[in-house]
Write a protein that binds this ligand. Structure first.
Ligand code: ZN
Ligand code: ZN
Length: 161
């Protein structure tokens, strides 16, 4: 005989805050592998991809840093020394990232694509000076993800109300 307390508690498995794992495709350009996403905001299939994306970020933000000339020395020499160390470290990573991509792109004007892992240059045209992505696939991949994450944040907000 089955007593009521021996029964699996179905209410537990339907915990409202639980996110059900689902199959997604890795956002990093050049990967696109299908993976099980167990968090609403997961974008990448593996640690390897996340690391690649970090390298891409260094490259992208390093580029912006040089372009705007922001962050020029203003603070004490101690802070300057610390920054120099960080900068040197960044440069090493930057070189490593650039090495795998092809140096000839360096000559181009403009910024690299805003899609994680994409090192293609975006050349702003007269029609779209605010262009952030190198291509249609990049922009639609990013639109998909930001739309999904926007919905998720909205649900989160409603839940916390
Ligand atoms: Zn991946
Ligand atoms: Zn791109």
């Amino acid at each position: 005989m089955i007593r009521p307390e021996d029964r699996p508690k179905s209410s537990q498995s339907q915990f409202p805050n639980q996110f059900h794992c689902r199959t997604r495709h890795c956002l990093r350009k050049g990967c696109g592998r299908a993976f099980r996403a167990c968090h609403p905001a997961s974008r990448y299939c593996s640690d390897e991809c996340r690391q690649e994306v970090r390298r891409w970020q260094n490259r992208r933000y390093g580029q912006r840093y040089r372009k705007t000339g922001k962050g020029k020395a203003k603070r004490s020499s101690q802070a300057r020394n610390r920054r120099r160390r960080v900068k040197e470290q960044k440069r090493t990573e930057y070189t490593a990232a650039a090495g795998s991509v092809g140096q000839h792109n360096e000559q181009h004007q403009g910024v690299i694509c805003a899609r994680p892992g994409c090192y293609e240059y975006v050349l702003p045209t007269r029609h779209s000076p605010g262009q952030k992505y190198c291509s249609k696939p990049c922009s639609s991949a990013m639109r998909c993800v930001s739309e999904r994450e926007r919905r998720w944040r909205e649900r989160l907000k409603q839940r916390n109300r």
